[in-house]
Design a protein around this ligand. Structure first.
Ligand SMILES: [Zn+2]
Length: 282
């Protein structure tokens, strides 16, 4: 019956004095027992009152609305992230953890937990190593986790990114290309998957340098996955004048993390500097 007191209290307070005109309860809710209709004491008007069930229902609806809104925003963010459907479905919760991949998964989750610090420090990651070690999946798990936390992420294979930029130029001219490039450059986090699988051309080398360099200079982290060795990657990102500008920029901002194969387990026992770095930077 607290709500009646509230209503009465408010009315009498504004009037002041000892005269306390009373609202008359006309109807009560069958479920919670609180009044749903009352008569005000001045003109005898009937006023509707929200009983507890009504208020609880309203709260429930408001909560559902907020959840739906957040879900809509999340979906929109995922679509805007450039990820395809498969990439959008990669989540830490669905990974099968074994002794081999445990440390990479934990480190990737930690990267998300400490996102604010990593962002501030412009700390990116370079996942490299043979195929089938889960580099791509783990990178997209990072993307989806951060998107769910409201972070602006773009995550795409290098091949698809190049194709999209070319398409946007073909369909919308220079403005379209510029707009897409700006989105890629300005995302809080950019994840470039499978660097090195794309055909190397003068254009692609220049384009990758432009993206990597601008993000580095504006202090925005990038995560790159590649099946190439660091030596191969250096070669891949060397321009026609023999200068590995894009590679230099890349390794300047990214912490290399080698995903080692099961077959090379013995080597894993050796202290690995890049792994060590990875774990000390959250
Ligand atoms: Zn009720």
């Amino acid at each position: 019956m607290e709500s009646i007191k509230n209503i009465m209290g408010m009315t009498t307070q504004t009037l002041g004095g000892d005269e306390k005109p009373k609202f008359t309860v006309l109807e009560c809710c069958e479920i919670c027992g609180e009044p749903t209709k009352m008569q005000e004491p001045f003109l005898g008007k009937e006023v509707g009152v929200k009983c507890r069930c009504f208020r609880e229902q309203q709260e429930k609806e408001e909560k559902a609305r907020l959840i739906a809104e957040a879900e809509y925003e999340r979906r929109k963010a995922k679509t805007n992230s450039l990820m395809d459907e498969k990439a959008q479905s990669a989540v830490f919760e669905n990974l099968t953890i074994d002794d081999d991949n445990k440390k990479y998964i934990q480190a990737a989750e930690n990267y998300c937990v400490h996102w604010a610090e990593n962002y501030k420090a412009n700390r990116g990651l370079l996942f490299y190593g043979g195929t089938g070690r889960g580099k791509t999946t783990i990178a997209f798990c990072i993307a989806n986790r951060l998107i769910n936390n409201g972070i602006g992420v773009k995550a795409i294979t290098v091949n698809a990114m190049i194709q999209r930029v070319k398409d946007s130029f073909r369909n919308n001219g220079e403005n379209g290309e510029t707009a897409l490039k700006a989105e890629i450059k300005e995302a809080a986090l950019l994840i470039l998957d499978d660097l090195g699988a794309e055909l190397k051309t003068e254009w692609s080398t220049c384009f990758l340098y432009e993206i990597i360099d601008e993000r580095y200079r504006s202090g925005k982290p990038t995560i790159v996955t590649t099946n190439l060795t660091l030596k191969q990657l250096r070669e891949h990102l060397t321009d026609k004048n023999g200068i590995p500008r894009a590679f230099d920029r890349l390794v300047e901002g990214l912490t290399p993390v080698e995903f080692q194969c099961r077959n090379y387990r013995k080597e894993q026992a050796k202290a690995n500097k890049s792994d060590y770095d990875f774990f000390t930077v959250y």
